[in-house]
Design a protein around this ligand. Structure first.
Ligand code: ASP
Ligand code: MG
Length: 406
């Protein structure tokens, strides 16, 4: 029978009875004759608690030690789930990231998976074991433990599904799938039956929390269908897969929003070759990822440059930029940490005019001022005041008639 990789998130594994519930689900799948690999997250808020503990010890914990500490949350979960399965008289074995052969680069706290050595998992599967793997972690070539960035267990699951050639990867969480918008903001938001990899990647990158962007990226790269569904409520979920509904009439599939946006504006920047490199190189070296960049048309060889970063990176980014201010000779640096992003996403928007203007009209009718605009082939994003984000999301959901079945 086919191999299935399942992943259970932290809210699905908070208390002992949750472990028993998940164990019964996994056991049922096994009884149907499937080979099963289960990836688990840390229980409930464990990762935040461990992080808080580290910060109580020191404001800047050593990143190698922090990764080792945070990786323990997932180990607790995988041991408990293996016990719960054994209690149901199922053969199960728990594996840490190291034991499961998850290899990463050395970028502590945001490591990337460089490869998976599947030997141990394959041997355990052959012996008839259900294999439980601690998500979110791997090891470097020096055998140092790394973590993959917050929410990284999704990425572990899809990477394993790709390497083990699983038929599909199932991500179980506390929501019933991918919605047209966050249902806490738009009560009439609809669950999508399916969504394309690119669309999911854009929604996730621009704020939808239901699947980690790097998991969507791996799905796209290796063409691994990903089912996102609820651990608690039986239902069809949402299948993230290839080329669905490209020609659907309603070409906007979903609205994403993100409140984690800060804007930095450099005023009076001399407009000459090399300036952008001088500013953005040190930001990259400081590991700060810059999202939107806008340079105004220059007047008398002087221009304004605006870009956005995550709020958590604002102080660090300001320090880096201030240092360059004298060297490059720009007038002033302004920061704004009260912004948010709203995005419309859909592959069908490609080459179809009118989506941008409809979006801007809807936002203007809702009294939402647009600070910056960026686009990709399948997405249009507006940066707006953070406080206006809920209003903006509702206006766009309505304007693109996303509550109607497509
Ligand atoms: N436990 C980690 C976190 O909370 C990884 C995960 O849940 O996927 O970010
Ligand atoms: Mg988590």
């Amino acid at each position: 029978m086919a191999l299935i990789v399942q992943k259970y998130g932290g809210t699905s594994l908070a208390r002992a009875d949750n472990f028993k519930h998940v164990a019964r689900r996994v056991a049922t799948l096994r009884d149907q004759g499937h080979d099963v690999v289960v990836v688990v997250s840390a229980r409930g808020d464990t990762t935040d608690e461990l992080l808080g503990l580290a910060l109580e010890i020191t404001p800047e914990p050593d990143e190698r030690e922090l990764d080792l500490l945070l990786s323990t949350g997932e180990m607790v979960s995988c041991a408990l789930l293996a016990m719960a399965l054994k209690a149901l008289e199922k053969e199960a074995v728990s594996l840490t990231g190291l034991q499961a052969g998850i290899l990463t680069d050395k970028a502590h706290s945001k490591a990337r998976i460089t490869g998976v050595d599947p030997g141990r998992i394959q041997r355990e599967l052959k012996r008839g074991q259900i294999v439980i793997v601690a998500g979110f972690q791997g090891v470097t070539t020096d055998m140092d433990v790394t973590t993959l960035g917050r929410g990284g267990s999704d990425t572990t699951a899809v990477a394993l599904a790709a390497r083990l050639k699983a038929g599909r990867c199932e991500i179980y969480t506390d929501v019933e799938g991918v919605y047209t918008a966050d249902p806490r903001i738009v009560p009439e938001a609809r669950r999508l039956d399916d969504i394309g990899y690119e669309e999911m990647l854009e929604l996730a990158t621009y704020g939808a929390k239901v699947l980690h962007p790097r998991a969507a990226e791996l799905g796209l790269l290796y063409d691994i269908p990903i089912l996102v569904a609820s651990t608690f409520v039986e239902g069809p979920g949402t299948l993230v897969c290839k080329g669905v509904t490209m020609e659907a009439k309603n070409k906007v599939r979903g609205i994403a929003h993100d409140l984690d946006v800060a804007k930095i504006t450099l005023r009076g920047v001399p407009d000459r070759p090399g300036i952008a490199a001088t500013i953005f190189e040190p930001l990259a070296q400081a590991n700060i990822s810059v999202d939107t960049i806008v340079q105004n048309a220059s007047l008398e060889n002087v221009t304004d440059l605006t870009f956005t970063v995550a709020k958590g990176d604002l102080t660090k980014a300001m320090k880096v930029v201030d240092k360059r201010a004298k060297q490059v000779g720009f007038k002033e640096v302004l920061a704004d940490g009260t912004l948010g992003k709203v995005s419309i996403v859909g592959t069908g928007m490609q080459n179809t005019p009118g989506y941008a203007s409809k979006m801007f009209r809807a936002l203007s009718d809702a009294g939402v001022n647009i600070h910056l605009i960026t686009t990709s082939e399948v997405r249009i994003t507006c940066i707006v005041d953070g406080a206006k984000v809920p209003q903006a999301v509702r206006a766009l959901h309505e304007a693109f008639e996303l509550a109607k079945p497509q």
